[in-house]
Structures are given as C-alpha cells and as structure tokens.
Design a protein around this ligand. Structure first.
Ligand SMILES: [Zn+2]
Length: 301
C-alpha cells in the first residue's frame, strides 16, 4: 500500500508505504491505511480529502465486487469502512483509473480530453477518459479493456472467461506462452532474468531483441495482439491517444514500429498516422497521485 500527500498541482509533498500482506481482515487493512495517513500528516499539512485506488472492481456505492489480490475485501463497502476509519471524505477509484487520472495531470496525457490508458503488468488494467472525464459506464464496472475477448473460446483468463486480451498480453501470458513454446525457451528466459534482473516478460522481450528467434516470435505475437486490441478501441471510441504503462510497456515501445503496423492492420476509418502511442510518465507513484486527483475532482457534499 502506497500513500502520498499531494498538493493541488499534483506535486507529492510526502509519501510512505506498508506491506499489504500484514492486514488479515478489512479492519486491519483500514487500520494500516489510517497509520499511513497519520505518518504523512505528522510531517506536513493535513489532507481533508482522501483518494483511494484499489486493484479491483468497484460499484458506484464504493462496494468491492471483486479484488483478486485482496479477496478479504470482496463484498465490503470500502467507502463506508474507510470513511469511518480515516475520518475524512473518501473517494474511491479502480487503480488503473487512478493511473489514467495521474497521466492526465502532469503526465503523458496532459491536455488530452480523450485517451485510453492501458497498464500492462501481471494483468491489463485500463482507464478511459472522454471529454476530460473518467468513464466507467452505468454501474462502475465498465472500461475493462483487459477483458475484451480477442479470441473466441481462446485461452483461459484470470477473470474466468476465455480469450481475453489479458490472457495474451501480460506478464502471466508471457510466461504461459513461453512455456507452451518450449521448455528450452522457458529455461533460457529464466536464466536471462536471473542474470539480468527484471520481470519475466521483460526478459523474454530482451532475449528476442538479442537474436533469440523463438523468444522474438512469442514477444512479437504479443505485440501484434496488443496492436489489434488498440485498433479495436480506436475503432469503437474514435480515439487518437493511447497511453501505455506497466512493467512490460518499455519492452513494447522497443518494438514500436511493429506495434504501429499491427494497429494499422486493424484500423477501420483512420490512418495510423492519426494515432499517438505514448509512454506513461508518472512512474511508480502514479496510482497514489491519481487517487489524489480523483479526490480533488469529486463533488463532495
Ligand atoms: Zn478476462
């Protein structure tokens, strides 16, 4: 859990963090967040609003409908729990939405009224801004581009469905597709990661760039699938700005021409020259900064 004190211009005045695993129930989690807030407030100014970003599906009442990394929160009205625990106006958002808010606030998408952010890491998170506003649909569950089905009856996704983008383009997908390619490639990537550090997908992409043709085939197919998904988003929403973040994004940008070609191949009405593909720039604290932005933007009673 990361906590940051952020001013009205998006500048971090202080930050601290705690290990989420220390909390064993919802009350413990709230207590940890409360202590983080105390640590921040002790050193500088006191925040009168608290924005919270969580990796999970939230409805508009602030109830967690699903949180694979924090199952203890499922069904809990986090809005109420945190409001009582923190004694402040609490504004909740999905973590990818927070990242999108951060990118539009001094980040890569500053000044863009319409854009889609995709964070490619363990899974694929997404945040959609249209007309300058974050969009989640009628119930708050929408804009889950990681779960757009790109292969009917395809690979099993962590969400339970089959064929989702996330099942083809993510850290988890990179490992699975490498394993399926061959045991030799899996061993080579693991050795490369052990020697050079970084994540598995990063290692796979790097090995491909260094001339391992089997690694390049797996990495390249991930880029192609991502390109098709981006083109589909553009075709549906008439977007011209896509922001890519997350651990795999730098490796994807190292293949930007291949990505642009894959986007071009599936575009419907626009030439690919209309589309800007930007690297997220708010870094490791984007979620906390975006959560603060969400709290500042919210109309509170
Ligand atoms: Zn899915």
């Amino acid at each position: 859990m990361k906590a940051a004190l952020v001013d009205g211009d998006g500048v971090m005045l202080g930050h601290c963090s705690a290990v989420t695993g220390e909390a064993t129930d919802a009350d413990g989690l709230v207590e940890t967040l409360t202590s983080l807030r105390r640590r921040l407030a002790g050193s500088t100014r006191v925040a009168d609003r608290v924005g919270v970003g969580i990796a999970g599906v939230l409805d508009r009442s602030g109830t967690v409908r699903g949180a694979p990394n924090l199952p203890l929160l499922k069904g809990q009205c986090l809005q109420t729990l945190l409001g009582h625990g923190l004694g402040a106006q609490v504004v909740l958002h999905n973590d990818a939405d927070c990242a999108a808010l951060a990118e539009s606030w001094g980040g890569a998408a500053e000044g863009r009224a319409d854009f889609l952010l995709l964070t490619i890491g363990t899974g694929v998170g997404s945040g959609l801004v249209l007309g300058g506003h974050l969009r989640r649909g009628s119930s708050g569950y929408g804009c889950e581009f990681g779960h757009v089905v790109i292969v009917h009856g395809g690979r099993r996704c962590g969400c339970g469905n089959r064929g989702c983008l996330e099942a083809y383009v993510s850290e988890t997908a990179a490992r699975r597709q490498t394993q399926e390619s061959s045991a030799a490639l899996l061993g080579a990537v693991n050795d490369h990661v052990a020697a050079c550090g970084g994540g598995f997908a990063e290692g796979l992409f790097d090995l491909g760039a260094r001339g391992n043709s089997e690694a390049e085939q797996v990495a390249g197919s991930m880029v192609d699938v991502l390109g098709s998904a981006i083109a589909s988003a553009v075709n549906v929403l008439d977007l011209t700005t896509i922001v890519l973040g997350g651990g795999i994004a730098p490796a994807v940008f190292a293949r930007i021409e291949r990505l642009r070609s894959a986007v071009a191949a599936s575009l419907f009405a626009r030439p690919v020259s209309d589309i800007e593909l930007l690297a997220a720039s708010r870094g490791a604290w984007a979620g906390a900064i975006g959560a603060a932005r969400g709290a500042l933007l919210a109309v509170c009673p």
